[in-house]
Write a protein that binds this ligand. Sequence first.
Ligand code: FES
Length: 153
Amino acid sequence: MASTGKDASLEFQVCDGAVRPESVLDGVDCSLAEARGIGNEAYTDNAFLALERQRLLSPTWTCIGIGSDLPEPGDVKPVDLVGLPLLMVRAENGELRVFHNVCSHRGVRLVEESGQVKRVIVCPVSLRSYNLDGTLFSTPHIGGQGKHNCEGF
Ligand code: FES
């Protein structure tokens, strides 16, 4: 059940011990004469992070970099977008692409630093590799190059 809490500068609702960010943001979503500052929890609480992702990032495009950051085919640049690990890649055909910077096997981060890769991006764990267009290239510990299924696995 919700209850009302009070901080020195703002009111907020607490539901089962968690701050409800919508009510805290009511203090800034009004006229300047009525507006209040938001509390520190807006910068530290995961509920606010989820709200930012939902309201600010999800509805529209977000610029995470520019093409000149990756001028050559094989250039890669990991980007953290509010906790989402992304990977900018200049593909062999010159297209700039962005992927989740995680392996499809167990979610390991694929690339830690900007740089240049040779033809494929290789997972550091079990060596699953990806072409620069994002397609799976090899699963050496499953089926081998171009063979991504293993009967009975
Ligand atoms: S986590 Fe990448 S190949 Fe296993």
